[in-house]
Design a protein around this ligand. Structure first.
Ligand code: PLP
Length: 404
């Protein structure tokens, strides 16, 4: 039994009004709202535990370290990694991908080597590789998609050659909602001896992910998109890969011994965690993961899928509606345009009705070019959204359309 009223009561912000209308928050792809337990965990830790982790013999430091390291175990269990050594805390998906591109590029890529990405990537899975291209002369190869927003797997296979060093793809497109067949894509890459990084920013909030099942070599996600705090993320990496990579940043915590002659580096995962980590944030992430686990990722998945297909049905009946992304396996994201109405006008007028959606290129300009548009309006759902909110959105779109 999915008790939506009880769930909504956990999110104080959902009770507020915007322009004297009840808030309808449909910008969850950008960031999710936070349940009371997450906010309270942060306050409580600052009030009663706060001390820097790892370095102290004193009581508070040990308590803070325990919470921080227990969070690593919570993350490990949530994504079913083999070991806590495979869980690196970062600032978010973006930093996780930059870390990997930088370290993997330094260790394993030379001029003329290639990385395979897809046409539907977020800029954070394009630009780090382009920076590497400038630094080392590597090349990007791009998996194309069909008009429905499905990656062309036969074309993907053709991109592999003796210079392919890594594949880096989104699990779920933040614009189209397409769920990419990662397991199959990993199988193909591994058959060519190539590792895979998965951008899980838009998958982790919506369905259970399993590192051992997907068999990907690296996986990145952000806490703030899964009801946790901003400024915290995770890079998962198979231990045998992380062991082979050089450190990312230098500083405290990532070293074993330092002298001016020679510095040796700490063991996994600390080798990649220079400086004071956001230990309040990692604990809050663990509380968020416990929260979604308590509801159940399968229940969240069913609820959001039902909501998405209901919204698709209702929206497709609106005159002039164009929906971008109609793949068979589509997650809780609907990007659209209506007639000639500019996405910014639609977004601004919906906002006046209390409906928060995102407009623009959604940090996916190459995808916009592929679609031949400048931007879209995007409604993205979370575990607390309701059919009534979808009805409000549909009525709002109709009202805005009637004004043009
Ligand atoms: N990748 C995808 C698919 C995203 O949707 C986002 C954020 O919208 C990111 C990466 C970047 O996430 P963050 O800004 O939390 O680092």
């Amino acid at each position: 039994m999915y008790d939506i009223d009880k769930i909504r009561a956990d999110f104080p912000i959902l009770e507020r009004t915007v322009y004297n209308r009840p808030l309808v928050y449909l910008d969850n792809g950008a960031t999710t709202q936070k349940p009371r337990c997450v906010v309270e965990a942060m306050t409580e830790e600052y009030y009663s535990v706060n001390a820097n982790v790892h370095r102290g013999v004193h009581f508070l430091s040990q308590k803070a370290t325990e919470l921080h390291e227990a969070s690593r175990e919570t993350v490990r269990s949530f994504i079913n990694a083999r070991s806590i050594n495979e869980i690196v805390f970062t600032r978010g998906t973006t930093e996780s991908i930059n870390l990997l591109a930088s370290c993997f590029g330094d260790a394993f890529m030379n001029e003329g080597d290639e990385v395979i990405v897809s046409v539907m990537e977020h800029h954070s899975n394009i630009v780090p590789w382009q920076l590497l291209a400038e630094r080392k002369g590597i090349k990007l190869r791009v998996i194309p998609m069909t008009d429905s927003g499905t990656l062309m797997l036969d074309e993907y296979e053709k991109l592999f050659n003796e210079r392919t060093r890594i594949v880096s793809v989104a699990h779920v497109s933040n614009v189209l909602g397409t769920v990419n067949p990662i397991k199959e894509m990993v199988r193909v890459a591994h058959a060519h001896g190539v590792p895979v990084l998965v951008d899980g920013a838009q998958s982790t909030p919506h369905f259970a992910v399993d590192m051992q099942l997907l068999d990907c070599d690296f996986f990145a996600f952000s806490a703030h998109k899964i009801y946790g705090p901003t400024g915290v993320g995770v890079l998962y990496g198979k231990e045998e890969w992380l062991d082979k990579l050089p450190p990312y940043q230098g500083g405290g915590e990532m070293i074993k011994n330092v002298s001016f002659e020679k510095t040796t580096f700490n063991e996994l995962p600390y080798k990649f965690e220079a400086g004071t980590p956001d230990y309040i944030g990692t604990h809050a992430l663990a509380v968020a993961l416990d929260y979604v686990n308590k509801i159940g990722m399968d229940q969240i998945y069913s609820h959001e899928r039902e909501l998405t297909s209901y919204a698709m049905q209702q929206m497709q009946q609106i005159d002039g509606m164009r929906i971008f992304g109609t793949a068979t396996d589509k997650d809780a994201v609907i990007s659209f345009l209506v007639g000639n109405i500019h996405h910014l006008d639609m977004g601004t007028l919906l906002d006046r009705l209390g409906i928060a959606v995102r407009t623009g290129h959604h940090c996916a300009e190459p995808l916009m070019n592929r679609l031949g548009i400048e931007g879209t309006v995007r409604a993205s759902f979370a575990l607390y959204n309701t059919k009534e909110e979808v009805d409000t959105l549909v009525a709002g779109i109709k009202r805005v359309a009637s004004m043009f």
